[in-house]
Design a protein around this ligand. Structure first.
Ligand SMILES: NC(=O)c1ccc[n+]([C@@H]2O[C@H](COP(=O)([O-])OP(=O)(O)OC[C@H]3O[C@@H](n4cnc5c(N)ncnc54)[C@H](OP(=O)(O)O)[C@@H]3O)[C@@H](O)[C@H]2O)c1
Length: 218
């Protein structure tokens, strides 16, 4: 019997790459996605459920699901305020993790960020740090937290910071040496591939992957 994955945040940069990897992976027989809008992918292994995330709590994870991948996230620009940002980057992933634990899902994988720290003065890092702390309390059998640096990849929308940093990286890749090597941008596909590989290990406990290690995992 193949494995069943649930991907939430499947329409995002990492989520989209991950869904494509899982659909072509022989280890997975089904890939369920909870999305706001259709991914427009036609594949016999894909089961798409369009949901209202404001009612995330009401949705039930199918009993067949072995692995839950959470690739949710927003930006302050989109969320407009801190509360709405925290809803997407903190509240939803924790709700999902609790659902995963109730269903005895063996592996829960999520994306935090480099610099995650619950005591950080930087709001983004603080929310990511709080996310990690809350997830650790859930008591999942296998919790995997990925802390990528800046993500590279083709986005539908324009994000100036990412574009500028991505361009700088392409022109000056050699600057990421020594102590700043860990800040090297990472491709969304690399993060997605690492998530896929890690899930299959069925490793238990809390596991945190820093960006430079994620890059070495694929
Ligand atoms: N960008 C970076 O350089 C970077 C660096 C380190 C860590 N990260 C983290 O990595 C994770 C993945 O990043 P990404 O760039 O792949 O994300 P992304 O492309 O912005 O995609 C985010 C996903 O979350 C969903 N989402 C956003 N707001 C939502 C809402 N209100 N309700 C329901 N779903 C919502 C999006 O759905 P829709 O398509 O429907 O909007 C999409 O599927 C995020 O947690 C991010 O913070 C990013």
């Amino acid at each position: 019997m193949g494995k069943v994955a649930l991907v939430v945040g499947a329409t995002g940069l990492v989520g989209n790459e991950l869904v494509r990897i899982l659909l072509s992976a022989p280890e997975y027989e089904k890939v369920i996605v909870w999305v706001r809008t259709s991914m427009d992918i036609n594949h016999n292994k894909l089961e798409e459920k369009i949901i209202n995330f404001r009612e995330l709590d009401k949705h039930v994870i199918d009993k067949s699901v072995n692995h839950v991948f959470c690739c949710l996230g927003t930006t302050m620009r989109k969320a407009k305020n801190m509360e709405a940002f925290a809803t997407v980057d903190l509240e939803y992933p924790v709700v999902l993790a609790k659902k995963a634990r109730e269903r005895q899902v063996s592996q829960f994988l999520t994306i935090s960020a480099m610099g995650a720290d619950p005591n950080s003065k930087i709001f983004y890092n603080r929310i990511k740090g709080q996310l990690e702390e809350e997830l650790k309390k859930v008591g999942l059998p296998g919790l995997h937290i990925f802390r990528p640096s800046l993500l590279l990849g083709k986005r539908k929308e324009f994000r100036l910071g990412e574009k500028a940093a991505g361009a700088a990286y392409r022109v000056l890749p050699f600057i990421f040496i020594g102590s700043i090597k860990k800040y090297k941008p990472i491709h969304a596909r690399t993060v997605a591939r690492a998530m896929y590989r890690v899930a299959l290990t069925e490793k238990h406990g809390v596991n945190i992957y820093e960006s430079n290690n994620i890059a070495k995992m694929t």
